[in-house]
Design a binder for this molecule. Structure first.
Ligand code: BGC
Length: 659
């Protein structure tokens, strides 16, 4: 449909019809205007699977949804650092969305992980805006290639759950631009999501849902966004203020209340009808896009193929943090003790609006047994219930220690029980439950060969990192995570994921420690630009595992790094990567830059490019990493614009931020 067609359709509508189009029919649908042939379309969560509720919708996901493939949430997928994988997962998600007749999948979420305490970190990619933006764009392109839309969320600066409907994120202009908006800018410019979802919170005192600077000046005038802005579910404060600011569609339904407010405001001369025309036109445009894309994917969901992709993606999401003495991969005939309740009852996704009803669910224990040829004993070690009697806990511990003593190697599953992290609230600490650490101690006392496998959506402290030979960070891995964990443990898959967030030693070391979650409706982003590794590097703080870290069962060398400035002013960094070990593997090459002597304060180094490269054992290849000139810019508050400073930049190439 052309702009003229949209304008003509809008011109045909009554004032009431235009107002009605710009808010939801119910929980998940837009309103139709049958008189002029505008149908209703459906949008549903997202992001890592389709949550299409079969019956009446509800916000909390209590009503069950149609089965869909649960891919690894962003915390896992992001750790792959792999654009091609994100594109493939995006395509599969888009296909499932199309098959179910849904027009828009509500994702990706690309908010910055400002504090490890944010209960929703599992839904976000990174503490770094470049990864968030690059992976977010790949996800959007993948999904949208299937004739359905995405919703880039939560725009913007929604970095905590505490008081999320009201709190003001008070952020200075530089960090706002360079850290919190940069990823959104990347996705909008590179991938044009059909919709952007504005967040619940305020930014510097103004609700995102009624901020003309955010929703119009930055998003449309500067970045060229062409789609529709939808409110997060219930994020509308004052609709009459929000609409002219750039909020096109209120979700879910307000049962006509706010539509009547719009009509009354136009009649009273308080709202220009042309603003309503623009918003209604954007809804019509979205509906037409959905109609044009509908049916792009024919047939039934290929459950097996998507489960296999979910397993591959999960294998690419597991970070090998430590592997002393090459204890991993395990021999298939090793005598194993698998310990920890997560082995039987995996935590594979986070709670809240992203909760998927999976098509099937692998458990690590069964999958380990399926690949092993030796004996695999199992003991739960601890209970996932909130309160159990100490006598029962002691008995579980004793059984675990006994199983461990009889095994060659112990695979110990530790992690955060579901109740400790969710959308809707933040964590109080980053500790694993004490009863789990007690099991670790009991097991180690009888058998030092302990491989710890972690299940957690947000970062946890690892006080035992020096006490065990191997740690796999398994995050939340989606429905096929059990199989993927077995694949990595036995070396059928060589781990290649890397951390997109720093694992600190202590909560009190973290950048936002003294400014999270704020008080009296304000959270001051006092750490400024120094989020994540930018903080630890500037303060020269020791960390448990740095941003970008992740091991493999093979080894890599990086040689002959060179950089050249292209005609457009971008950088092309080349480096020869060699797989110096005995196994095929995959390396993620990272490029960081800095500008010594800069006129402004800058982080010690900032990620500006990366690439994931597969190399056979012994293979050597020159890889090129592009760094965009625009990514070298800082936000200059004197001119309210991006500036690329002249000077001699330092370009660092390595396997982690501290390599
Ligand atoms: C969440 C969004 C979600 C929406 C619809 C909100 O509470 O913040 O991420 O897409 O609900 O379920």
């Amino acid at each position: 449909m052309t702009d003229n067609d949209v304008t003509a359709t809008v011109a045909d509508l009554t004032l009431e019809e235009k107002a009605s189009l710009t808010s939801g029919l119910n929980f998940w649908h837009t309103k139709p205007v049958e008189r002029v042939g505008i149908p209703s379309i459906m949008m549903t969560d997202g992001p890592h699977g389709l949550r299409k509720q079969a019956g009446a919708g509800d916000h909390l996901g209590v009503g069950s949804s149609v089965p869909a493939t649960c891919f690894p949430p962003a915390v896992g997928l992001g750790s792959s650092w792999d654009v091609e994988l994100l594109d493939r997962v995006g395509r599969a998600l888009g296909a499932e969305t199309s098959i179910e007749g849904v027009a828009v999948l509500l994702g990706p979420g690309i908010n910055i992980k400002r504090s490890p305490l944010c209960g929703r970190n599992f839904e976000y990619f990174s503490e770094d805006p470049l990864i968030s933006g690059v992976l977010g764009a790949a996800f959007v392109k993948g999904v949208q290639s299937q004739g359905v839309g995405t919703s880039l969320k939560h725009f913007a600066a929604n970095n905590q759950e505490t008081d999320r409907m009201r709190a003001s994120s008070d952020i200075d202009p530089r960090p706002l631009r360079e850290i919190y908006l940069r990823g959104f800018e990347r996705v909008v410019r590179d991938a044009q999501p059909w919709t952007v979802m504005c967040s619940y919170n305020k930014i510097n005192g103004v609700y995102a849902s009624e901020d003309p600077w955010l929703l119009t000046r930055v998003l449309r005038d500067e970045w060229g966004f062409e789609g529709l802005v939808v409110s997060d579910w219930g994020a509308v404060n004052e609709r009459v203020k929000g609409l002219p600011a750039g909020l096109d569609l209120e979700m879910p339904s307000s049962s006509g209340r706010t539509d009547a407010e719009l009509v009354a405001a136009v009649r009273a001369g308080d709202l220009d009808e042309s603003a309503l025309d623009v918003a209604a036109g954007r809804v019509i445009d979205l509906v037409r896009k959905a109609q044009a894309g509908a049916g792009a994917v024919a047939g039934l969901l290929d459950v097996d193929a998507h489960h296999a992709l979910a397993r591959e993606a999960a294998g690419r999401s597991i970070v090998l943090l430590k592997n002393e003495g090459g204890i991993l991969p395990l021999a298939k005939d090793a005598k194993l003790a698998v310990i920890g309740a997560f082995a039987e009852k995996p935590r594979y996704q986070g709670a809240g609006s992203s909760l998927i009803n999976p098509t099937r669910l692998d458990t690590p224990l069964e999958e380990i047994r399926a690949l092993a040829s030796g004996e695999v004993a199992y003991a739960p070690g601890f209970s996932l219930a909130a309160d159990i009697a100490e006598s029962e806990a002691a008995q579980l511990r004793d059984e675990a220690a006994a199983a461990a003593s009889a095994a060659e190697v112990v695979v110990l599953f530790l992690g955060l029980p579901a109740r400790l992290e969710s959308e809707g609230y933040d964590r109080d600490d980053i500790d694993l439950p004490a009863e789990q650490l007690a099991v670790l101690d009991a097991v180690r006392a009888t058998n030092p060969n302990v491989v710890v496998v972690l299940s957690n959506g947000g970062v946890v402290a690892l006080p035992f990192a020096n006490e065990v030979p191997a740690i796999l960070e398994g995050w939340l891995l989606g429905q096929a995570g059990g199989g993927a964990t077995a694949d990595v443990l036995f070396g059928d898959v060589n781990p290649s994921a890397k951390l997109t967030e720093t694992i600190p030693l202590r909560l009190s070391d973290t950048p936002a420690y003294l400014d999270f979650p704020g008080e009296f409706g304000h959270v001051r982003y006092g750490e400024g630009l120094f989020v994540g590794y930018r903080w630890y590097d500037a303060r020269n703080l020791a960390v448990a595992y740095p941003f970008g870290h992740g091991l493999s069962y093979t080894t890599f060398s990086h040689t002959d790094a060179a950089v050249r400035v292209t005609d457009s002013g971008d950088l092309e960094v080349t480096v020869t990567v060699t797989n110096t070990g005995q196994r095929d593997g995959r390396e993620i090459v990272q490029v960081y830059t800095s500008l010594p002597g800069s006129a402004v304060q800058r982080p010690v180094r900032e990620l500006k490019g990366f690439v994931s490269v597969a190399l056979a054992a012994g293979e050597s290849r020159e890889v090129a990493v592009a760094v965009r000139r625009a990514d070298l810019a800082y936000w200059d508050i004197r001119v309210d614009d991006w500036i690329v400073e002249g000077g001699e930049y330092t370009v660092e190439v390595g396997a982690s931020s501290r390599d």
